[in-house]
Design a protein around this ligand. Structure first.
Ligand code: SAM
Length: 418
């Protein structure tokens, strides 16, 4: 059923369908907060990168210097650039229509930063812990040393049954402590409440019914289920694609495109099929590789292109729509994977639209909006769907997160305890 285009639904769900366009506006903060009972992410934390640039006047994500760099006329474009330009020209009217529909609902933005419903959404909060990158643990580094198998996380679960009315949560939560290896191991919070994990003096929040497997790609086979019934119905993949940006190189390690051919997507797929969503960059060479080699190798069929259009807190696009090397949008290719020999179950799922536009304000560098709720209707197989994110940097309720740093955004620092 179509989502009802009302503020009240947006306030609850964080998703607002935009009338007249194949588009939705999403508030990642609301979507994320729905995963937690005791902890919340504040817009000030999630959107800190953009808010910071607004405050101190430093260049925002769209980086002013790049803007001057290239504005070549069509006749100077090489063959590949021409293909990219053609792709952009196809996307343009779709994006403009979605953006227009969004501008008609710009008042949504005031709800992103100021929720009347719970007053805990200030743009600036002086009590906010300062996020300092240099203070963060590098799971990528820790996981690659020989001692990695010996590192343990202490898990604390809230024992709800012991909770009396008016009891202080802080006193009760100590419950039982459980020590588990933090690397190369599936760690789960099977309870219906947030759990806390302590590791090297820092606390990480694990949402209800979530698991993570923190390991290098070499170990991804540990996630392949023994039986296809235990496979996944929804697979989201955001690979560490190589790209020239020096900035990116400092943020996380990247891998050559061809490495991803060996991802066991089909073997991760549930007996009744999976919806597979892959984030790609705007690099034409990559797009061609994905469509001609990667998707055939993984067995992805019938895919559509979803666009993520990025806006600033004031509603403007994060960069000019036609800027060649810095588009204000990214693509999410969404298709299906069926197991070898299994019947193609397309008739039982809601058909994917040819395209859809997801509009949101971006968070930290390369952090993608949570798209689970937006795509759930298209997921084949039994409910609740079994969902996995590959190369994840955060956890989500109902999901398994795999990557070499899936706890990155789970540190207590990113949450307010209200
Ligand atoms: N979707 C994430 C988000 O929204 O925050 C961003 C994922 S980022 C594009 C890719 C991730 O893959 C990074 O966290 C990076 O550390 C991880 N990665 C890089 N090389 C890896 C490897 N060999 N094995 C596992 N993960 C790896």
């Amino acid at each position: 059923e179509e989502m009802i285009d009302k503020f009240s639904t947006f306030l609850d769900s964080g998703i607002c369908r935009l009338a007249g366009a194949n588009a939705v506006f999403v508030d990642p903060v609301r979507l994320i907060n729905d995963f937690y009972t005791r902890f919340k992410v504040s817009p000030a934390t999630y959107y800190s990168r953009l808010l910071k640039s607004v405050e101190d006047g430093s260049p925002s994500v769209c980086a002013g210097t790049r803007r001057k760099k290239r504005k070549r006329s069509d006749c100077q474009l090489n063959a590949r650039e021409l293909c990219a330009e053609k792709r952009h020209q196809e996307a343009r009217p779709i994006l403009l229509k979605a953006y227009e529909a969004f501008l008609g609902r710009k008042n949504l933005l005031s709800f992103v930063f100021n929720s009347k419903k719970d007053g805990s959404y200030p743009v600036r909060n002086e009590n906010m812990p300062q996020l300092q990158d240099d203070n963060e643990l590098s799971f990528v580094d820790l996981g690659s040393v020989w001692q990695a198998p010996f590192y343990e996380m202490s898990l604390r679960f809230l024992e709800k049954d012991k909770l009396g009315k008016g009891d202080d949560l802080q006193l009760i939560k100590c419950g039982e402590e459980m020590k588990v290896p933090i690397f190369n191991n599936l760690v789960s919070n099977d309870t219906e409440d947030d759990a806390e994990g302590e590791f090297l003096g820092k606390v990480y929040i694990l949402p209800r019914v979530s698991s993570f497997h923190m390991s290098d790609m070499k170990r991804i086979h540990d996630l392949v289920p023994d039986q296809s019934d235990n496979g996944f119905n929804f697979i989201v993949i955001d690979p560490p694609w190589e790209n020239g940006s020096a900035r990116q190189k400092r943020m996380y390690p990247t891998l050559p495109d061809r490495y991803f051919l060996s991802l066991p997507v089909k073997r991760l797929t549930h007996a009744q099929g999976a919806l597979v969503a892959l984030w790609v960059t705007n690099k034409e060479k990559l797009r061609v590789f994905v469509e001609n080699e990667l998707f055939p190798a993984w067995g992805i069929t019938n895919f559509s292109c979803f666009y993520w259009l990025k806006v600033k807190p004031d509603g403007s696009l994060i960069s000019e729509l036609d800027l060649f090397h810095h588009r204000p949008y990214e693509c999410l290719l969404v298709g299906y994977c069926w197991r070898e020999g299994a019947a193609n179950d397309l008739a039982t799922v809601r058909p994917l639209p040819d395209y859809e536009v997801i509009i949101s304000i971006p968070g930290d560098y390369s952090r993608k909006p949570p798209i689970g709720q937006v795509l759930l209707d298209y997921v084949p197989g039994p409910k609740p769907s079994r969902c996995i994110e590959l190369f994840a940097r955060e956890l989500a309720a109902g999901w398994t997160s795999w990557g070499n740093e899936p706890l990155h955004f789970q540190e207590l620092n990113y949450f307010t305890n209200s």
